[in-house]
Design a protein around this ligand. Structure first.
Ligand code: PMP
Length: 450
């Protein structure tokens, strides 16, 4: 083995010495792995890591985090002491002081996590049922109030039946893995959410170019007759780009080639469609897709997930979807709050108009300032930068100005498309938006992003 570590490099022992080199990292003045030179991929996705023992893998990652912390650039896990509010009180990770920050990092698009009409119902009903469900849905965790929520979701989504899970992640992984086996294939939009992709670990998977029906057709043509069942999987609204799925054409092509279609409505429910019912309502395609999944954690303002489909499919999933079958029913507080939130959304009393006023305002100003916001058309705005260090720096400088946004570095998105992700909620006043947008513009110029 020939390796020759210099004083400015750190190396880590990898198990199979004969097969590959040691891993080297440049170190910073703080003596840790130089955070500016690496991305999360180097510690979570690099194939070389498979040859490292656990201790080495952990030490590499922790050394990288330590360098970020030493430079005050570690902005994950910023703790709120008052929940997800428009102005959230955040413990500064470095100084430990409480900062009152404008929250552009929440998916609580309609600010329903804090809605007094909902909280009143939760405090009245949840104590009656108690702090936990006490069992899985098929055994002792079945409850009338959960059934009511399921009926509400099915009605809203124009499907015969629905079941709820404790999370959207669980709903997606459980639906796809419950349906597809090793002779079946899931065909994903390449920007589909991780929870959908993770569902096909026990089946085959293919990808098509983002929102590109010609690319989907090519994939479907190539795999004709190769698999027993085919499922095309898309998000209604894409979580990192905020654009809407081109569902009409995707649906036509998928059905033409005999594939079923699953739409994840996580970021669409309560945001698009005339009455907030989501992507199907937006396109007038109610009842046309085969499976709808979603989460209760974004505009619905609570926690939990669901799948809605035909009764025979839902009945099948109850016994094949392992994250449903083997997981305790959700907390009743979240069941009540989700029910009330869906009620408010469908009665159009949840503030969707104000949300759209804010979305239009922000979009107009970001475009006028010259930012690249991709094809953003909903409450999610990517400020595309394509340079991880500038993404980190912009997030940090905005933090210093009490503006909470999230960095999205590689490998969460392709390197050329790394970004700051900003979400808009209904509760912002125009003055608050102006303050944030002025800062974003100023910092954008300083960092030569615009
Ligand atoms: N689907 C999409 C598109 C999402 O953005 C998310 C949330 N990150 C999920 C599913 C998972 O939902 P949950 O947070 O309820 O597990």
């Amino acid at each position: 083995m020939s390796f020759n570590p210099t004083s400015s490099r750190k190396h880590y022992h990898l198990f199979e010495e004969e097969q590959i080199d040691h891993m080297y990292f440049d170190i910073s003045p703080a003596g840790e792995i130089d955070a500016n030179k690496y991305s999360l991929y180097n510690f979570t996705g690099d194939p070389k890591l498979e040859y490292a023992e656990w201790e080495s893998r952990m030490d590499m990652m922790n050394s990288w985090f330590s360098d970020m912390k030493a430079n005050e650039r570690f902005l994950y896990e910023r703790e709120s002491i008052n929940g997800s509010k428009v102005v959230s009180k955040i413990i500064d990770p470095v100084t430990k002081e409480i900062r009152e920050m404008l929250n552009f990092a929440s998916n609580d698009y309609l600010n329903l996590t804090q809605d007094p009409r909902i909280l009143e119902k939760v405090t009245a009903i949840a104590p009656y049922y108690g702090a936990g469900a006490g069992g899985v849905p098929l055994l002792s965790g079945s409850m009338n109030i959960i059934k009511q929520l399921q009926e509400k979701i099915a009605e809203m989504k124009g499907m015969e039946e629905a079941i709820v899970y404790s999370s959207g992640y669980g709903a997606n992984i459980g639906t796809i893995s419950g349906l597809l086996g090793h002779r079946d294939v899931a065909i994903y939009d390449m920007f589909a959410h991780a929870s959908l992709i993770d569902g096909s670990k026990g089946s085959n998977k293919k990808f098509f170019s983002h929102n590109d029906s010609a690319s989907l057709e090519k994939v479907l043509k190539n795999i004709q007759n190769k698999y027993i069942n085919k499922l095309v999987v898309v998000d209604g609204v894409y979580s990192m780009d905020g654009d809407i799925c081109k569902l009409p054409e995707i649906l036509d092509i998928a059905h033409y080639y005999g594939a079923w279609v699953l739409v994840d409505e996580a970021h669409a429910t309560g945001v698009i469609g005339r009455t907030g019912k989501g992507t199907l309502e937006y396109f007038g395609l109610e009842g046309k897709v085969d499976i709808i999944t979603g989460t209760l954690s974004k505009a619905v303002g609570s926690v939990g997930g669901y799948v809605a489909a035909s009764s025979r499919l839902i009945n099948y999933l109850k016994y094949t979807s392992r994250s449903y079958m083997f997981s305790t029913s959700p907390f009743i507080g979240s069941v009540v709050s989700s029910y009330e939130a869906l009620n408010l959304i469908s009665k159009q009393e949840a503030g969707m108009d104000k949300l759209w006023e804010n979305i239009r305002y922000v979009k107009d100003r970001l475009l006028k300032a010259g930012f690249n916001i991709g094809n953003a058309e909903t409450a999610i705005f990517p400020i595309i930068i394509g340079d991880d260090n500038k993404v980190k720096e912009m997030t940090y400088r905005l933090h210093q100005q009490n503006i909470f946004v999230n960095p999205v570095p590689y490998p969460a998105v392709p390197r050329k498309l790394t970004r700051v992700r900003m979400t808009i909620t209904a509760g912002f006043s125009i003055e608050q938006l102006d303050y944030a947008l002025n800062q974003i513009e100023k910092i954008g110029k300083e960092l030569e992003i615009i």
